[in-house]
Design a protein around this ligand. Structure first.
Ligand code: NAP
Length: 555
């Protein structure tokens, strides 16, 4: 129904369940619903819709690097661990595509990222065919609770792209699965326009690895025209940076001229391998979620997180490390042979800049051709010698990780904030999810700040800024520092608010709040309470069943 007084405003009737985002977590929920429909375990008239800002289904398109492999078995798909007989298993996808035998012949259960993305798209389409509604091309901009004809509902407002039409829907329950946002070091984030686009990269060539495949082709086309060798900085020492570096090396080697340089800037002393050995991998088993959730103290949580951090963060798959090492070794060999013959090596040079942090950055316009992207001067500081090094690059690519905070903004700006104890939260507030058995002091109007342990468990605004979601300004300086001891501007200790979450991923109301009966579930941001697997695919299938059972049991 369109509001006649405002043609750009469309009001759509109420739903039982609305999911914000249609990535793996919510597709897994859609699959679980569809499975229940086909088994007649759920009434067919349950009105469910998922709203996603992408105009078509896509999964990390910027990281679909040719040849990149998944880092987990295809059995950790959207359904197998919940129900191996589900229609939505990866094996059924393969069967439906007539590739099951060929996949088996590969003798590995690890698919390519391209194939897994195709599987997710297949599952999304199959769920739609089975009655799940999906509104693509709509970004959810706000949520609020309203009372309509004696019913409490959640009103969800989204903006349709590219028409800017505002769409309002009402739902009884909501699942927030807003996914990760790219995180850039503060000194580099301030160089960026608030909204990343391919076009903006052609002016300011500083971007996150999550945009790599979307940006790199056109940027290299533009920059290699002149025939001048390029200098590229890659910031970060995780899997994303390593994969992009190898791809970039191959692209530059294939370009018409040589002499290019890639500097990989890492804060550590060396690239560290990820651990996916079998005993360690048990931390991603569904059973580990219970153990993690039931841990009694922050200290224990922080200890377990620290012990297993190298399964996932700031680490590189050993095979990728070997490939990268081989590439640099070949470089040494070429140098030795060329020097013996008195020749110049024109191959692309890869340098590992270890123990270095980017502490300053500046954009420089090109005098000769203003239509070309700016150049970027970086000031790097060595952590051991404190020496400052200034270098100018044509492209800066940040593989500096992700954060998951969009759900906080949606709740904080909503009248639901009070129900969960978020009413006094600001942009700077640190929000911690804690399990239901924690004794939580809810806000009383005074800032709550009793968190002394487990700082890593807090979703806090740090020195980095994420793009495309919140336009908050940063106070960092982008001017090169002149003194050897570099420090970013001091910041006051932010307020911390604790939010309790149930084992079934449901936010629990603050004790003083009236429970309206509308349920808010979170997906993919409960690492602190539910374990390291929460942001990954490992438990997506099991979790979807747990959320759905919780929803249905209370109805
Ligand atoms: P990540 O593992 O979080 O690594 C981020 C890197 O950025 C770290 O080396 C970190 O350095 C560095 N960093 C963070 N902030 C920085 C700053 N302000 N200045 C300088 N360096 C900074 O991120 P990721 O590599 O994007 O990986 C994220 C997840 O995606 C992982 O689970 C990974 O396995 C997954 N992934 C999977 C694939 C695949 O399936 N093929 C491909 C890519 C990524 P420190 O170590 O010093 O903190």
């Amino acid at each position: 129904m369109t509001d006649s007084s405002n043609p750009t405003h469309t009001q759509i009737d109420a739903f039982d369940l609305l999911g914000v985002g249609f990535g793996p977590a919510n597709i897994a929920i859609a699959a679980a619903i569809s499975d229940k429909w086909s088994l007649n375990e759920l009434k067919q008239n349950l009105r469910v819709i998922f709203v996603d800002k992408n105009t078509v289904f896509q999964w990390h398109p910027g990281m679909l690097i040719p040849g990149a492999k998944m880092q987990i078995s295809c059995l950790k798909d959207l359904a197998t661990l919940r129900n191996p007989c589900s229609y939505f298993t990866f094996l059924n996808y393969l069967h439906s595509q007539n590739r099951l035998s060929a996949f088996i012949n590969r003798s590995t259960t690890v698919p390519s990222r391209r194939e897994f993305a195709d599987y997710l798209g297949w599952a999304a389409r199959e769920a739609e065919k089975r009655g799940v509604d999906v509104a693509y091309g709509e970004e959810v901009v706000s949520i609020s609770k309203i009372r309509v004809e004696e019913r409490d509902l959640i009103e969800v407002t989204s903006r349709r792209s590219p028409s800017d039409e505002v769409v309002v829907r009402r739902t009884k329950d909501i699942i927030l699965s807003t996914g990760p946002s790219p995180r850039l070091p503060r000194v580099l984030a301030v160089l960026q326009p608030p909204q990343w686009t391919t076009q903006s990269t052609l002016s300011v060539p500083v971007f996150h690895t999550s945009y790599y495949m979307i940006s790199i082709g056109s940027l290299l086309d533009k920059l290699t025209q002149s025939g001048t060798p390029l200098k590229v900085a890659m910031v970060g020492g995780g899997q994303s940076c390593a994969e992009c570096l190898i791809d970039l090396y191959n692209r530059l080697e294939g370009s018409s001229h040589g002499g290019h340089q890639i500097d990989m800037i890492i804060r550590k002393d060396s690239l560290k391998p990820s651990d996916d050995t079998p005993f360690v991998n048990e931390i991603f088993d569904p059973a580990a979620t219970d153990e993690w959730y039931n841990l009694p103290t922050d200290r224990l949580r922080a200890q377990v997180l620290y012990e297993y951090k190298n399964t996932n963060y700031s680490v590189v798959n050993p095979k990728t490390i070997d490939n990268l090492y081989e590439l640099i070794y070949e470089q040494k060999l070429s140098d030795a042979i060329a020097s013996r013959k008195g020749e110049n090596v024109s191959k692309t040079r890869v340098n590992l800049r270890i123990n270095e942090t980017v502490v300053g950055a500046n954009l420089i316009a090109r005098e000769k051709d203003a239509s070309l992207p700016h150049r970027v001067t970086l000031i790097r500081q060595n952590a051991r010698t404190h020496q400052l090094i200034e270098d100018t690059y044509d492209i800066v690519i940040c593989g500096t990780g992700y954060e998951r905070k969009t759900w906080i903004r949606l709740l904080r700006e909503s009248n639901l904030a009070k129900d969960f104890g978020l009413a006094s939260a600001t942009d700077d507030t640190r929000v911690r999810l804690v399990p239901a058995h924690y004794d939580v002091q809810f806000e009383t109007g005074k800032p709550f700040d009793n968190v002394k342990e487990g700082a890593e468990l807090v979703q806090e605004p740090d020195n980095d800024r994420h793009l495309n979601t919140e336009s908050g300004t940063s106070s960092s300086s982008s001017t090169p520092p002149s003194s050897p001891s570099i420090s970013l501007p001091p910041r006051s200790l932010p307020q911390t608010i604790q939010l309790r979450i149930s084992r079934a991923y449901k936010l629990l109301p603050a004790p003083s709040a009236l429970d309206t009966g509308n349920r808010v579930y979170l997906q993919g941001c409960e690492e602190a309470t539910h374990g390291l697997s929460d942001t990954l695919l490992s438990v997506a299938s099991i979790r979807s069943g747990e959320v759905l059972d919780d929803l249905l049991n209370a109805n």
